[in-house]
Ligand binder design. Structure first.
Ligand SMILES: *[C@@H]1O[C@H](CO)[C@@H](O)[C@H](O)[C@H]1NC(C)=O
Ligand SMILES: *[C@@H]1O[C@H](CO)[C@@H](O)[C@H](O)[C@H]1NC(C)=O
Ligand SMILES: *[C@@H]1O[C@H](CO)[C@@H](O)[C@H](O)[C@H]1NC(C)=O
Ligand SMILES: *[C@@H]1O[C@H](CO)[C@@H](O)[C@H](O)[C@H]1NC(C)=O
Length: 431
């Protein structure tokens, strides 16, 4: 298991942003702002209709001129393209490799997504990409549970790079690297047409335990009066349907099968296995790459080949997360699996998909993986100041870049928030 080397999102971003985010997108969903939202909604709708009726003709002509100078936005044949299959990679390699530069990373919680986001964000930032980020969330740009719709560029997203004209119907984005709920219909309308979709899943018991702690789901148990001699997680899993409605901050919506929730799964189908399986099949068609946290390096090697990326595109600084991870007892693990059945089926499916792709990769896989890991450790030695690395009391290890290091090392060691800041500054109309 490699997951111990990843920086999990929570620890990277700090706990304070779980509950209360005064500037975040969640606030506009709050009750006090409902009226404002309603008025904004009416205004947006009117503007939409105005554009639809008045500028339908001009729109197409106009948009092709003003789209961001990034990626191939004119090739509409990509609209109906199938996801890339591993066995097609070699064929494309032998002719010319088609480097994929538009990436929508749907980032679930507690899956090592921050490390993957650092790869995606660095890749896009270096190429002047336009990112999907929440304009009400200056802190980290996450969209979290907000409903994503075709109208989102007009309502909740920062405009693309060098666009501040308000003509949001022609806004097109190259990258996604934040917490966001997947909605393909909506995303198709504002991502450039040849965007590749990726996500990452983690073994559901470990992931749920981590989610439970990070999102403070124990609060529901505490409020109801915690039974003696059990942990909050044990108590919760004893009666999950009793505790779930007691959660605040919309956690009652996204906690159960939370990985699948962020991939757009409709929560009314938790118990409907036929529907679960159908949605998994649809995702199999729609997702170009599903990485698996527990086989992170393996996943990156496959993705690198699939997208025709360079070695340096997928390098990352391995960041330890919680040093002491609690083992979940078998009986408790079974309860977690049963209640999060959709996540279990989802994970098992895409874990199989990954291993099938590794198989299809061919005999070079082992040596490519070994080479990648060698590069990872060399990069670490080259970039990281190893003095004073570990604070045994801290739950998180903070790596420091060496003092006089290369530009590449600096970009690798940027924290998630530093990276977000740079992206924000480039895209913000107020800069
Ligand atoms: C997804 O986006 C489409 C297009 O805007 C919208 O009609 C639909 O309601 C959205 N779905 C969800 C679950 O938000
Ligand atoms: C809780 O555990 C302690 C120590 O194992 C035991 O002495 C006590 O009787 C238990 N209390 C209950 C209510 O089971
Ligand atoms: C759903 O898929 C799983 C795994 O492939 C399978 O075991 C199960 O029978 C399927 N259930 C339904 C209702 O199709
Ligand atoms: C993932 O799939 C592989 C190959 O089928 C299997 O050996 C492994 O146990 C699976 N991992 C998990 C965590 O289920």
């Amino acid at each position: 298991m490699n997951s111990g080397r990843l920086e999990l999102d929570g620890l990277a971003e700090g706990h304070s942003d779980v509950y209360y985010q005064p500037r975040s997108c969640r606030v506009i969903m709050g009750k006090r702002r409902e009226f404002k939202c309603f008025v904004m909604g009416i205004a947006t709708a009117s503007i939409s209709f105005f554009f639809i009726f008045m500028f339908t003709e001009q729109y197409d002509v106009h948009s092709s001129k003003t789209l961001p100078q990034f990626g191939d936005v004119t090739d509409r044949t990509y609209m109906n393209r199938k996801p890339l299959k591993t066995y097609e990679m070699d064929r494309s390699l032998s002719h010319e490799c088609d480097k994929q530069t538009n990436i929508a990373f749907i980032k679930p919680h507690k899956t090592g997504g921050t490390t993957l986001a650092s790869i995606v964000n660095r890749f896009g930032y270096d190429r002047h990409a336009s990112f999907v980020i929440c304009k009400y969330n200056r802190r980290n740009g996450h969209l979290r549970q907000l409903a994503i719709r075709s109208t989102s560029p007009g309502n909740i997203l920062l405009p693309p790079v060098n666009r501040r004209d308000g003509n949001w119907r022609s806004y097109r984005y190259n990258m996604i690297g934040v917490h966001i709920r997947y909605n393909r219909t909506a995303m198709n309308s504002f991502m450039v047409p040849n965007t590749r979709y990726i996500t990452i899943l983690r073994e559901p018991v470990a992931q749920f335990e981590s989610f439970f702690n990070y999102m403070h789901l124990n609060a529901a148990v505490t409020r109801a009066g915690r039974p003696v001699n059990t942990t909050a997680l044990e108590a919760f899993m004893e009666r999950p349907d009793f505790y779930l409605p007691k959660l605040f901050y919309d956690r009652d919506k996204d906690s159960r099968n939370n990985q699948f929730y962020y991939l757009g799964f409709d929560t009314k189908f938790h118990e409907d296995e036929r529907m679960i399986n159908e949605t998994i099949q649809r995702l199999e068609e729609e997702m170009d790459m599903v990485l698996i946290t527990d086989y992170f390096d393996e996943s990156l090697v496959v993705m690198k080949k699939l997208f025709c990326w360079e070695m340096e595109d997928v390098l990352y600084i391995s960041k330890n997360q919680r040093t002491h991870r609690s083992e979940v007892p078998a009986e408790l693990a079974e309860k977690i699996r049963a209640w999060n059945r959709a996540d279990v089926l989802l994970y098992d499916h895409f874990n199989k998909t990954l291993w099938r792709r590794i198989h299809e990769y061919g005999p070079d896989f082992k040596s490519d993986l070994a080479q990648f890991r060698l590069h990872l450790s060399e990069t670490f030695d080259e970039c990281i100041d190893s003095s004073g690395l570990q604070n045994p009391l801290s739950r998180k290890i903070v790596y420091k870049a060496k003092k006089h290091t290369s530009k590449f090392c600096k970009s690798l060691t940027r924290t998630h928030l530093e990276m977000h800041n740079k992206i924000w500054k480039r895209q913000s109309p107020l800069r």
